[in-house]
Ligand binder design. Structure first.
Ligand code: IDP
Ligand code: MG
Length: 138
């Protein structure tokens, strides 16, 4: 069993796509073991995306991620990290496979509907950034 961290990003929440995205998760082999709707502060966004702080898109990314509420969640299952990345599709919706969340719901390479952790270490860090252990179903 593995856990990964997911965000339904502001563009998707704003367009009423939270339910569609959660439906895809629930139809998969992944289980939602924690979930909350929140507004990220500037400090939250900058810390969460610290790995990208030298990138030209960093400021725009933080503007976007603080532009409205997001839904943060912990997903659990066998190979949860790669399964969730597969369900999401490539970062750029234009390059994402047919049937993926980003292909179907993403707007562009920035406003791409969802976030997913990329490795076990980042998944653990990202989960701990948003959830206390007691908030996660065992
Ligand atoms: P990922 O979300 O698929 O892991 P990352 O490279 O980690 O992709 O980038 C984090 C987020 O930053 C992306 O999901 C997207 O919202 C944004 N982003 C990535 N590349 C670009 C870009 O070239 N222009 C604008 N935003 C970008
Ligand atoms: Mg990433």
């Amino acid at each position: 069993m593995e856990r990964t961290f997911a965000i339904v990003k502001p563009d998707a929440v704003r367009r009423g796509l939270t339910g569609d995205i959660l439906k895809r998760i629930e139809a998969s082999e992944l289980t939602i073991v924690a979930m909350r709707k929140i507004q990220l502060s500037r400090a939250d966004a900058e810390k969460f995306y610290d790995v990208h702080k030298a990138r030209p898109f960093f400021k725009g990314l933080c503007d976007y991620m603080t532009s409205g509420p997001v839904v943060v969640a912990v997903l659990q299952g066998e190979d949860a990290i790669s399964k969730w990345r597969q369900l999401m599709g490539a970062t750029d919706p234009k390059k994402a496979d047919a049937g993926t969340i980003r292909k179907d719901f993403g707007i562009d390479v920035e406003q791409n509907a969802t976030h997913g952790s990329d490795a076990p270490e980042t998944a653990a860090q990202e989960i701990a950034f948003f959830f206390a252990a007691r908030e996660i179903l065992s």
